[in-house]
Design a protein around this ligand. Structure first.
Ligand code: LLP
Length: 423
C-alpha cells in the first residue's frame, strides 16, 4: 500500500522548481501542477481495463492531453466538458468509448451534442433513457445506479441514499428496462459512484449491490464501472485505500458476472481526485499579518474565489510557507489563521465544516513570503469564481524539469467580456 507523504510546513520548491522563481515568472495566485504525480497515479490503477478520468476535478486542456497520451479516457458531465474533451483530442468515435456523457439530466445543448457525435451516455435518471430514445433509437446506454446508500467526505459529497439526487434509484430498474424496450435502447453497462472519499469497508456492500442489480438487468451488460471516490490523504493521519484489495473486490464481482453471463465484462474506474489532487499546489503571497485579540491572521492574495473547498466543506489542505528570502524551517512555529482577500468573513483557508475558524502551526509567515496550499489539484481551479471581480489565477504545469504556462492569468477584459450596458 502507498505510504502517506510527510507534509512539511516549510518549503522552497515544488517539483524541483524554486517557488520564488515561479512567482517571478508567473505571479500569484498561481496553480502549479507536477505532471509526474498525475502519471504516477495513472500507473497505480493499471489493473483496471479502463481508467475514465472525471475531468470535473481538473479539466485544463494540457492536463487532459497528457492523460490522454497515457491511455486514460474521460467522462463529461456537461456540454462544456464534452467540448473540452474534444478540444483536448479525445475521439468521438463511438467504438473507442473515449468520452462518456454522465449526468442526471440532458440539458438541450448536451442532448444535441450527444446525438451529433453519437457519444456514449451514462443515464442518471429514467427520463434520460426516453429522451435519448426519441433522438437516437437503437442506442446503447449505461445506467448510473443509486444503490440506496452512500458515503462521502462531507454530506455535500455523499452521492447515494435517499438524500441524493444522483443516479437511478435501485428499485426503478424495471421501469428503466421497460422504457429502454419502448425506446429500442439496450442497457450495456452499470455504474455506481457512491461518494467522494469512499473506504474499503463500504466497498463490499457496493459490490454486492452492483451484482444484484447486474443480475436483474441481465446478459446485455458489457461493462461495470466502480465510479470514482478514491481518497487521497490530506493529513498525515489519513491513508490511501489499499488499491490491491479495492481492485480484487471489484474484479471478483466482475468475474462472477462474466461467468454467469457467459462473456467477459469490462471493469472501469472513474477517479477524479485520485489522479490530480496531489499534483497541484496553489501559491499565494502574504500581504498582511495582523492580530485580533489572541488570534494572528495571515492574509494572502488568494481567496475562496481561487480555492473553495475549505469554505464549502471545511476541507483541510496541507499548508507550507516559503520565505521571500529563502528557507523558513528554522523560524519559530506559531498558531496562525490563513485567510484571503475577499470581502467576506468566511474567506478563511483554515476552517472546519460549519465555518469554525481554526489555527495552524506554521513557521511564522511575514509579509512578502509565500504560502502554499497543497493537494489543491482536484476541485481547485475548476471551482474558482470571479467573486469580488477577482480574475482567475494562472496555471502552470511542471514537466521534465520545466515550468510551462497552461493557462494565462485572466484579465479585467476577460472579466467583463459579454457584459452589456443597454442604451
Ligand atoms: N464519477 C462521478 C459520477 C462523480 O460524480 C464524481 C464526483 C467522480 C466520478 C469523481 O469523484 P472523485 O474520484 O474525484 O472523488 N467538489 C468536491 C467533490 C465533488 C465530487 C463530485 N463528483 C470536493 O472538492 O471534494
Amino acid at each position: 500500500m502507498l505510504t502517506v507523504p510527510p507534509f512539511a510546513t516549510a518549503r522552497t520548491e515544488i517539483a524541483g522548481q524554486s517557488i520564488a522563481e515561479l512567482v517571478k515568472s508567473f505571479g500569484t495566485p498561481l496553480y502549479v501542477y507536477d505532471i509526474s504525480v498525475v502519471e504516477q497515479r495513472i500507473s497505480d490503477l493499471a489493473a483496471f481495463d479502463r481508467i475514465r478520468y472525471a475531468q470535473k476535478a481538473c479539466g485544463n486542456l494540457a492536463i487532459l492531453d497528457r492523460m490522454r497520451r497515457q491511455g486514460v479516457v474521460v467522462d463529461a458531465v456537461s456540454a462544456g466538458e464534452i467540448r473540452r474533451a474534444i478540444a483536448a483530442g479525445f475521439s468521438t468515435d463511438s467504438s473507442k468509448h473515449e468520452i462518456v456523457y454522465t449526468a442526471d439530466i440532458f440539458d438541450r445543448e448536451a442532448l444535441d451534442l450527444v446525438v451529433e457525435h453519437s457519444l456514449d451516455v451514462n443515464c442518471g435518471s429514467p427520463d434520460m433513457i426516453s429522451q435519448l430514445g426519441e433522438r437516437r433509437p437503437g442506442a446503447e446506454v449505461t445506467l448510473r445506479i443509486n444503490p440506496g446508500f452512500g458515503h462521502g467526505h462531507s454530506q455535500k459529497t455523499n452521492t447515494g441514499g435517499e438524500q441524493s439526487k444522483h443516479g437511478i434509484w435501485h428499485e426503478q430498474i424495471d421501469e428503466c428496462l421497460r422504457r429502454a424496450d419502448q425506446a429500442r435502447i439496450t442497457i450495456t453497462g452499470l455504474h455506481m459512484h457512491i461518494g467522494s472519499g469512499t473506504d474499503l469497508e463500504h466497498l463490499s456492500e457496493v459490490c454486492e449491490a452492483m451484482e444484484r442489480t447486474a443480475l436483474s438487468v441481465g446478459r446485455t451488460l458489457k461493462t461495470i464501472s466502480a465510479g470514482g471516490g478514491l481518497p487521497v490523504p490530506y493529513k498525515s493521519d489519513e491513508t490511501y485505500v489499499d488499491l490491491d484489495k479495492y481492485f480484487q473486490l471489484w474484479d471478483a464481482t466482475r468475474n462472477r458476472l462474466s461467468e454467469t453471463f457467459g462473456h467477459r465484462l469490462e471493469l472501469e474506474i472513474e477517479p477524479g481526485r485520485y489522479l490530480s489532487a496531489e499534483s497541484g499546489s496553489l501559491i499565494a503571497e502574504v500581504r498582511s499579518v495582523k492580530k485580533a485579540g489572541a488570534n494572528v491572521f495571515v492574509l494572502v492574495d488568494a481567496g475562496f474565489n481561487d480555492l473553495a473547498r475549505p469554505v464549502m466543506y471545511g476541507a483541510y489542505h496541507p499548508i507550507s510557507v516559503c520565505g521571500a528570502r529563502g528557507d523558513v524551517s528554522t523560524r519559530e512555529q506559531l498558531d496562525v489563521i490563513i485567510g484571503g482577500p475577499l470581502c467576506e468573513s468566511g474567506d478563511i483557508f483554515t476552517q472546519r465544516e460549519g465555518g469554525f475558524v481554526e489555527s495552524r502551526k506554521l513557521p511564522m509567515p511575514m509579509v512578502g513570503d509565500y504560502v502554499v496550499l497543497e493537494n489543491a489539484g482536484a476541485y481547485g481551479f475548476v471551482m474558482a469564481s470571479n467573486y469580488n471581480s477577482k480574475t482567475r489565477a494562472a496555471e502552470v504545469m511542471i514537466e521534465n524539469g520545466e515550468a510551462k504556462l497552461i493557462r494565462r492569468r485572466e484579465t479585467f477584459d476577460d472579466l467583463i467580456r459579454g457584459e452589456v450596458i443597454p442604451e
